[in-house]
Design a protein around this ligand. Structure first.
Ligand SMILES: [Fe+2]
Length: 277
């Protein structure tokens, strides 16, 4: 689609709300993930910076912020529904990701279900089993309750247990809800669509894990990863709803990834030396 050519992406960046463009930079190790803000770089500077530097741009909620992406998201979902009548995604949220050669997204998990549609470039994705060996229930609970961000403890020997997929344009990969994963771009610019969504079971699982976090703190309850629905889920879902009413998730708490650089025409400018990569 013309939308995904350099010119199409520049036009999209030009009309896209600037506050909804997530800006990140990284080195080779998980401690080098940095969140930034857009400075005086214009859309064509941004595309050149993606090609020449090591940045990762996420046009958040692009299905609701841009009509052209919204139409594309709608047609993806309706084709999927035609093939799978039981597929009823809730709160679909499409992030359009434009990322540099060799950019990476370190080991993490997402609360929602995810489908990654790959459009340009080449990337390798590692998907790990959703088992205690790869993510402890306590760490999953931290992500679901927003006490931590999506990063979870990682050891290099986890890779031996991963399913490794070399994604080429036109391919899509999806995985079990909350399964850990990481992404490594090959030596070319990448464009992908990260399509997050929930299902009734996915919402119930997230709420069961949310309740487990509270039960662990209050009663030292030793929860598991809630691999499949159990008879306890309705009670846990009800508990989670009450807890969220009593103490809504505070989205203003300082992030463990504060904004620490500005993406200017000249490239990333770090707020202080300690953030430099
Ligand atoms: Fe992810």
């Amino acid at each position: 689609m013309p939308l995904f050519t350099d010119e199409g992406l520049e036009a999209l960046l030009d009309r896209y709300p600037r506050e909804d463009i997530g800006v990140y930079a990284m080195g080779d190790t998980p401690d080098t993930w940095r969140r930034g803000r857009l400075g005086n770089a214009n859309p064509s500077d941004l595309i050149s910076m993606v090609k020449e530097g090591r940045v990762w741009l996420n046009l958040r909620a692009a299905n609701t912020k841009d009509n052209e992406v919204g139409d594309l998201a709608g047609s993806i979902l309706s084709e999927m529904r035609a093939a799978m009548p039981s597929f009823r995604p809730i709160k679909p949220d499409l992030g359009l990701i434009i990322s540099s050669p060799n950019a990476r997204v370190f080991y993490h998990l997402d609360v929602a279900r995810v489908m990654l549609f790959h459009v340009r470039g080449n990337k390798r994705i590692y998907v790990y089993p959703r088992t205690e060996e790869f993510v402890r229930a306590k760490d999953l609970e931290g992500v679901v309750t927003h006490e931590t961000e999506e990063e979870i403890p990682y050891k290099p020997d986890f890779d031996a247990g991963a399913q490794i997929i070399d994604l080429q344009p036109g391919q899509m990969v999806s995985w079990a809800q909350n399964a850990p994963h990481k992404v490594e771009n090959a030596d070319d610019m990448n464009v992908s669509l990260s399509f997050e969504y929930m299902t009734p079971v996915a919402i119930a699982r997230a709420n069961a894990v949310y309740a487990n976090a509270w039960l662990r703190k209050a009663f030292k309850y030793n929860a598991n990863l809630e691999p499949k629905p159990t008879v306890l889920w309705p009670a846990k879902v009800a508990l989670a709803r009450v807890l969220k009413k009593l103490a809504p998730i505070d989205k203003d708490t300082p992030s463990v990834f504060p904004h620490c650089f500005t993406l200017n025409k000249s490239g990333p400018v770090f707020d202080s030396e300690k953030f430099a990569i």
